[in-house]
Design a binder for this molecule. Structure first.
Ligand code: SF4
Length: 373
């Protein structure tokens, strides 16, 4: 079963390549393809693997039925064997209007996991040994799960409830839109006594107001900077990361420089750099001033250089300090084991610390890598 993504042209290509390879190597296997590419371009999938069953997102819950299995579908994750960290999808869908983004065309409807169901899922994961639970959603800040009385609970309320669950565990928020980083949410995180990890991923996309406007992002750089101030006012140790896009149509050299300077001034700990990808059907796809690919590449390279600098400074600043870490999934034979700290710093340890949360001291760093015992 392949769950496809269509957020960039690269994601489309990866999905098509994968299903071609699967059907070539396993001609007798039954192949099911679902996910956002199945909604956006069913024809491309059927051409790549003519025998595949292509199922759109709306019918994902019926895949077992379609292939003749009698299992009860559930969105409840019970545990991921051998992992300290678990991801829980609490929200789906975005009806935003960012001009480059294809997501609202394939996953428009906002839906949230009911609060009691979410609490039961997190409890179960903690009981099965997961020390860190990451709450995920396309628009996580729009979480609006029903509580038992039928009232809608926002993300701040969900955090308050989840933080009361027993066990030694912590919660982490995945990517959040800065406009949804409310004071209520920050208060809930600050009052959690460290149970909510002080690490935030707040997509910026561009630090140039003119570009943000063309992207139809619902904030400007001043608003972004003010929300960072509000965050640091309540959670001074919080580490902030961002997404930044290069080569949005019409992005001039001056706008790119403006964006770069803004990013440098925000005290961020790392960047996820994306190259603009033209998505059919989005308003930005029809803009005529597309930036040449080699310019996009150069700008991305420059931003990645900045990312390396930021991560190097982050690792160096942690030397001599204590962190609470959870082992990550990757195993590096002979080279030790990576573990993730509350502020999203990756600390390499000499050996696998085992399940749970562990106090470690960061002893040294080398470039973006921190080492600890
Ligand atoms: S907020 Fe904008 S970028 Fe994010 S999923 Fe919605 S439309 Fe896409």
């Amino acid at each position: 079963m392949v769950n496809s993504c269509t957020v960039t042209a690269e994601a489309d290509k990866d999905a098509l390549r994968l299903i071609r390879r699967i059907s070539r190597r396993n001609p007798r296997a039954r192949l099911v393809v679902t996910g956002c590419l199945a909604d956006r371009d069913r024809k491309a999938l059927s051409e790549a693997a003519p025998g595949a069953l292509v199922v759109g997102n709306a019918d994902k819950g019926r895949i077992a039925e379609f292939i003749g299995l009698s299992v009860q579908p559930s969105s409840h994750v019970r545990g991921l064997a051998g992992r300290s960290r678990a991801l829980v999808k609490v929200q789906d869908g975005c009806d935003g209007a960012c001009s480059y983004c294809v997501v609202p065309r394939v996953r428009r409807e906002n839906s949230s996991k009911p609060l009691a169901e979410l609490a039961a899922e997190v409890s179960g994961l903690v009981r099965t040994g997961h020390a860190e639970v990451v709450l995920c959603g396309i628009r996580l800040g729009r979480y609006a799960g029903e509580d038992v009385s039928g009232e809608s609970a926002d993300l701040a309320r969900a955090l308050q409830e989840l933080c009361r669950l027993p066990g030694d565990f912590r919660l982490r928020l995945s990517s959040l839109e800065v406009a949804e980083l409310s004071d209520r949410l920050l208060d809930a995180a600050a009052a959690s006594g460290g149970r909510v990890c002080p690490s935030f991923h707040l997509p910026l996309q561009s630090g140039s107001d003119a570009v943000l406007k063309r992207m139809n992002r619902p904030y400007d750089s001043t608003f972004y900077a003010r929300r960072l101030e509000a965050l640091r006012g309540r959670l001074p140790r919080a580490a902030v990361f961002t997404d930044i896009m290069t080569g949005f149509p019409g992005e001039t050299e001056a706008e790119f420089r403006e964006s770069l300077e803004f990013v440098k001034a925000q005290g961020l700990r790392g960047l996820h750099v994306f190259r603009y990808s033209r998505r059919p059907g989005t308003p930005a796809a029809s803009l005529t001033e597309q930036v040449p690919p080699e310019v996009i590449l150069d700008r991305a390279r420059e931003l990645r250089g900045l990312d390396l600098e930021l991560r190097t400074a982050f690792a160096a600043s942690a030397v001599g300090q204590m962190r609470r870490v959870a082992a990550t999934e990757g195993v590096d034979e002979g080279a030790g084991r990576d573990a993730l700290a509350e502020d999203f710093l990756t600390v390499r340890l000499g050996a696998d610390p085992g399940p749970g949360l562990h106090e470690v001291r960061v002893t040294s760093s080398d470039g973006p890598r921190a080492f600890g015992v």
